[in-house]
Design a protein around this ligand. Sequence first.
Ligand code: APR
Length: 314
Amino acid sequence: MGRKKIGLIGAGNIGGELANLIVAKQLGDVVLYDIPAKENYAKGKALDLEQATAQNGSDIKITGTSNWEDVAGADVLIITAGIPRKPGQSRDDLVMTNLPIIRDVADRAKRYCPQAFSIIVSNPLDAMVYEFKRRTGANREKVAGMAGVLDSSRLALFLARELNVSVKDLRAMVLGGHGDDMVPVLSYTTVNGVPVRQLLAAEKLAAIVERTRGGGGELVKLMGTSAFYAPAASAVCMAEAFLLDQKRLLPCAAYLDGEYGYKDLYMGVPVIIGGGGVEKIIAIELDAEERAMLVKSAASVQKVIDVVKSQAGD
Ligand code: APR
């Protein structure tokens, strides 16, 4: 029996760290794809990572390529193809740049990897994952966006540091679009079951919510490009849930067909990820303030999806 095959589309900052984590966890063989202009870069990164396996004891194979035939038949695709933010840019500013890229990737994914579970990371996330699903015609179970796991990790870390407790005990949930009006859901955020609202004053929580919303931007400002370690760890968490049929409840961008009152929209909601992909969307009750924030966030997402829909290219 062969190992699972994981296609990483985009061999940049996130792509490289994805490969590194997948090798460390021995989740499957990795194909690191980038455009022809970056073929040698992808090959070099793959070789460098493969040489590290002599130290970490993994037998995982890593192939660098600019030929989609090498990606063919992948069980999982993690797509980071696209341009990252620069200081001062919002994720939505990337829509016209990354739209032709996601369309190119979708067309090839449809041709070469029709069975894959695809995890989209490229920004603006909700619009890119929407377009990927629309363009490939894949079932909604097979296409998810990585945002909520990352945003929840940021919320969890900030809370753990403020409370001086282990981040292991934080259960944080961020829903809605992957934008500045994302929805940190404090009513479901606990320290092993103890609601954080019982542990921290409202103004401290409000400051942490704001830092979470701007968590990506904070890093763009510091580094001049966008984050890659935590985004990669978050996407690998989703891939692992699928590959190992873990049935994890994770906040992910999922295609809504009536859930939460929305149709034909991708947005962050709690889902179960297992061997079937997005096996279930979980409906949770939100308080009035959280519901209002979700409505606002959905409206922002819809605006960017409408931009995508208005661009011919079929
Ligand atoms: N097919 C495959 N790869 C592509 C394509 C394409 N059509 N177009 C561009 N790429 C590659 C680039 O050549 C580059 O190597 O995608 C890679 C992106 O890598 P980085 O520039 O390092 O960006 P990264 O930090 O990895 O972020 C990628 O994820 O979080 C989002 O906002 C971020 O949209 C950005 C994406």
